[in-house]
Design a protein around this ligand. Sequence first.
Ligand code: OGA
Ligand code: NI
Length: 371
Amino acid sequence: MMSCLQSSWPEPIVRVQALSESGIRAIPERYIKPLSDRPNWPKTSAAVTSKKNSETSPLINIPVIDLQNLFSNDQSLCDKTLSLVSHACREWGFFQIINHGVSPELMKSARKTWREFFSLPLDVKQEYANSPTTYEGYGSRLGVQKGAILDWSDYFFLHYMPRSQRNESKWPQLPPSCRKVIAEYGEETVKLCGRLMEILSINLGLGKEYLQNEFGGENIGACLRVNFYPKCPQPDLTLGLSPHSDPGGLTLLLPDDDVSGLQVRKCNDWVTVKPVPNAFIVNVGDQIQVLSNAIYKSVEHRVIVNAVKDRVSLALFYNPKSDLLIEPAKHLVTEDRPALYPPMTFDEYRLYIRTNGPCGKAQVESLKSPR
Ligand code: OGA
Ligand code: NI
């Protein structure tokens, strides 16, 4: 249960942004990853790298899907969109969506507002400093293991849903527009996630409402994590966010409009996502992997940093109501394909990442029922 988490961090918190702005030329040891976890591992020769970059990289991107036709009167156009999403969920676990119904102005003001928040003086932000019990507020680490190697980022984490968990007094009071923008952004993105849940549910053959109902209907959880990745004097030695899969249901990511950094695992490669203007990046989380009995898989991703520009991203996590048992849909469990995961609540599940920090797909893999 949540109460198992300690109430303070194992070491004094250092704000990565403050480190970055101090002008250091070398990053502290605590941020230096072992060789095999670094962004450019395995090292390829210059020739191979340039060949690889020029010949393959521009061609690879996660699928970009236009949702416009979902509401077309032409059933075949609508079906085509559903099948593009189905394919993306099976092959990538990640896709970008355009014409999704959230206004570009709101997306723009959300980015701008949060950039302004992170550019406030440190002591203003410190008023919101978080603790491991809820993670709500201004934070700089995930996980409570003493001596852990840390990621090169700060964040702000807040609860949006259920309403009973929403506490606006914990949201930034500055910039003045912040609370209003969070409320509007939360409303629109939660609505969009609800629609995506219907699409996934239909595609899994479960009936439109199934996934949403399993998540608790109106009582779903939604949290916002705003990531701030300061520029880094030695970007090749560290990561902005270590490899992980998202523990929740679905994630809707608003990436920086100027700086890339998100990488998605595809087989044994890391593919850098090239954000499309006005798009959201969608990814399947562990709870959908469990509910779909691994027909859809949550996919590992990580963030790289650079020496030149700070990067901001907003991740809206759409989660099951935290005390409901989540288990594979009966319809997707057969003699040939028994239930791969035991029932578990999201409260229980989430403790793992909150204790251990980002650990690839270790958690969902460890859950697998013995067969
Ligand atoms: C996350 C995440 C990616 C990014 O917050 O879980 O994966 O690009 N963020 O910031
Ligand atoms: Ni993530």
